[in-house]
Design a protein around this ligand. Structure first.
Ligand code: ATP
Ligand code: MG
Ligand code: MG
Length: 381
């Protein structure tokens, strides 16, 4: 079986690694030059994109910002999962908000802005604490601006002056005071079977995911049921096939959808070590219409996992491999500020043990690059 992934980053690499065990050959498309490459070495393979599309059983994506013309060709082959519209929902916040409204799924109060003069109405309607997001091409908090008081509005408008808002509108959201961020990752296969992982609790720092813990602490059955209801509405509503990640804000017992990722997701990396079947394998199973694998944590009801991102550095001490339950993943990229370089998965028999393992792990990592790890370790203990 052959799967062609648009995008040749770490997510395609991890699909490749899990696919190999099932006899699934994963190839990747570098969308910057339309070449077909090996997902690990990134070396060009000896075939054109057209040939690779022809040979593949399924086409899929590892990120949503694939040029629309490429998606169109992929869709026309009849082999693309998830479908083009679902991918575009993840790539465009205007479409995303429209979908959430259509399906009646709670999300942040917002306005769509195509002209800077509309920002005054936004402040009137939503209040003066706002988060302003470019509707396309943003990730890891890039393409976002914040307003904390009305007096700063003229300065903000100046900053936004050069943007072509007719082509790429802004989505202006009320700045929420949520209790925490969680995400639900699940899969739906071609036959329509659905499986979801336990909710993950996500710790962000400067707009970027740093640590995930799964299952989320204090997640009762009612919260899990709410998340599942949102997930089911979304996948049915989009006729979605593959892994879908839903980023959520929790306010009391309410869940609001922040955004959708039509793909495997950073907050699901813990599943490689902590779940019976990883999100990468389940994505491949879903798009190839194979039975979905078990999504529960390995090691019984109390078992828990964490994922720690290695961001903008490579000065870790590999002696950390000696810690039990610690698994290291490296993407082979050149170091850049704020770039995701790799991640570490940690499994434990309970939250207290997980906290203690994270504390030990922090001894092998430079505190500068892992600003919240020690606090997170202490919180869990
Ligand atoms: P990602 O890398 O997850 O794709 P992104 O750049 O697409 O990130 P968002 O997920 O929309 O951006 O926002 C990044 C982070 O900013 C969120 O995880 C959250 O911490 C914060 N944030 C976003 N929207 C709001 C909001 N309305 N109120 C409060 N905080 C918010
Ligand atoms: Mg995003
Ligand atoms: Mg996000």
């Amino acid at each position: 079986m052959q799967v062609l992934v648009y995008g040749a980053g770490q997510l395609a690499q991890m699909m490749y690694l899990d696919g190999a065990a099932l006899g699934i050959d994963v190839q990747a498309v570098d969308v910057s030059n339309n070449t077909v490459v090996h997902p690990v070495s990134k070396q060009p393979l000896d075939c054109s994109l057209e040939q690779a599309i022809e040979r593949a059983d399924v086409l899929t994506v590892e990120f949503e910002h694939v040029p629309e013309a490429l998606l169109e060709t992929a869709e026309q082959s009849g082999k693309l999962h998830p479908n083009k519209d679902a991918i575009l929902v993840g790539a465009d916040r205007v479409r995303e908000k429209a979908l959430l409204e259509r399906l009646n799924i709670p999300n942040c109060a917002h306005r769509i802005v195509t002209d800077l003069t509309q920002l005054d109405e936004c402040v009137e309607a939503l209040g003066e604490r706002l988060i302003i997001k470019a509707s396309r091409d943003g990730y890891d908090g890039y393409g976002q601006w914040r307003l904390s008081q009305k007096a700063d509005l003229p300065a903000l408008k100046k900053q936004l002056e050069g943007l072509d808002l007719v082509r790429v509108p802004l989505v202006v959201e009320q700045m929420l005071k949520f209790d925490r961020e969680v995400s639900l990752i699940g899969a739906r296969n071609v036959s329509g079977d659905i499986k979801v992982y336990p909710l993950a609790e996500n710790l962000h720092y400067q707009g970027q995911l740093h640590v995930s813990v799964a299952p989320a602490t204090n997640s009762d059955d009612a919260l899990t049921a709410k998340a599942l209801e949102i997930f089911s509405k979304l996948v049915e509503g989009m006729d979605y096939v593959g892994v879908l990640a839903v980023e959520l804000f929790q306010c009391g017992d309410t869940l609001l959808v922040n955004e959708l990722a039509p793909r495997v997701h950073n907050s699901g990396h813990w599943t490689q070590a902590g779940a019976d079947t990883s999100q990468f394998e389940n994505h491949l199973r879903a798009v190839l219409d194979l039975p979905l694998g078990d999504t529960t944590n390995i090691g019984g009801d109390a078992a828990v996992s964490a994922m720690v991102n290695i961001i903008g550095c490579d000065d870790h001490d590999l002696a950390l491999l000696g810690l039990p339950g610690v698994h290291f993943n490296w993407y082979g990229k050149t170091v850049r500020n704020k770039r995701k370089m790799g991640h570490i998965n940690v499994t434990a028999s309970g939250y207290k043990a997980l906290g203690s393992k994270l504390e030990q792990l922090s001894g092998y990592l430079s505190a500068d690059h892992f600003p919240e790890l020690v606090d997170e370790a202490a919180r869990l203990q």
